[in-house]
Write a protein that binds this ligand. Structure first.
Ligand SMILES: Nc1ncnc2c1ncn2[C@@H]1O[C@H](COP(=O)(O)OP(=O)(O)O)[C@@H](O)[C@H]1O
Ligand SMILES: [Mg+2]
Length: 247
């Protein structure tokens, strides 16, 4: 059975003045895939996510979600169609409670009371129901990451873009997030694209890795293929390193 990709781009390009941050990127992501997006600092990963979400406009090229052209759509329109992104630096409203932060995700489609119910459901799902009444400013890094995930889930997405949600977490805390991502894919059929600089985490989690370098998709494949790919090794890890050995 051949199915249309849930997320695709054609020739997606974004220039900032003389710099081409995202250069002719062609994506084809199937529903339920768990994709890792890697590349050196400044490679264009966050810019690519911003283009997918409509947070910035492409210089040229197209974005398709579930076969629908969404190029130029506003972020809330993209969210309504089923794609959500978490932010590289987790951005919760510091003075609001965890529950109120999480329920904002649901207000896109739901009444306040339904959004609150969904927020409780998703806080339970991520294992954070016990901190629902805490102020967001008082959370630890791992709590923030999980609360941000719960908020994203409240938009009722099909595709979730995670931009370095595991930054500042230790290995055990990272494993908790990785377990959650696997569970959401298995139980809810969500599609994930994950930007993560922790090589071990992304190589263990993802079945397919995309590699950006200077805005271009220079390689894609299984973690095993990517860790042996000569272009990836030289672009990303230095010529004498092996991706699989890079912790
Ligand atoms: N709004 C912007 N204006 C100018 N340059 C930008 C802007 N956003 C990103 N860039 C540049 O685009 C390149 C890609 O950045 P980014 O997408 O943040 O990379 P990554 O997330 O892979 O580290 C970098 O050189 C960065 O400085
Ligand atoms: Mg980034």
């Amino acid at each position: 059975m051949s199915t249309a990709p849930i997320l695709a781009t054609q020739g997606l390009t974004r220039r900032f003045g003389g710099l081409t941050a995202v250069n002719q990127v062609e994506l084809q992501i199937q529903s339920g895939e768990l994709i890792g997006l890697i590349g050196p600092n400044g490679a264009g990963k966050t810019t690519l996510f911003n283009l997918l979400m409509g947070l910035i406009k492409p210089s040229s090229g197209e974005v398709y979600l579930q076969g629908q052209r969404i190029t130029g759509f506003k972020p809330h329109q993209v969210a309504r169609l089923g794609m959500v992104k978490t932010f590289q630096n987790v951005a919760l409203f510091p003075d609001m409670t965890v529950l109120d932060n999480v329920l904002t995700g649901g207000l896109l489609r739901l009444s306040l009371s339904d959004a609150r119910e969904l927020a409780r459901h998703n806080l339970t799902k991520v294992g954070m129901a016990h901190i629902a009444d805490k102020k967001a400013a008082d959370l630890t890094f791992p709590e923030k990451a999980l609360v941000e995930m719960a908020r994203a889930l409240c938009t009722q997405p099909k595709v979730v873009l995670l931009d370095e949600v595991m930054a500042a977490l230790n290995h055990a805390e990272m494993d908790q997030i990785l377990e959650l991502i696997r569970k959401l894919r298995e139980e809810d059929g969500l599609t994930f694209v994950v930007i993560e600089h922790h090589m071990r985490a992304i190589m263990n989690l993802c079945e397919r890795i995309l590699v950006l370098s200077f805005g271009q998709l220079i390689a894609q494949g299984t973690p095993q293929e990517i860790s042996r790919h000569p272009d990836v090794i030289s672009a990303y890890l230095g010529t004498d390193a092996h991706a699989g050995e890079h912790a």
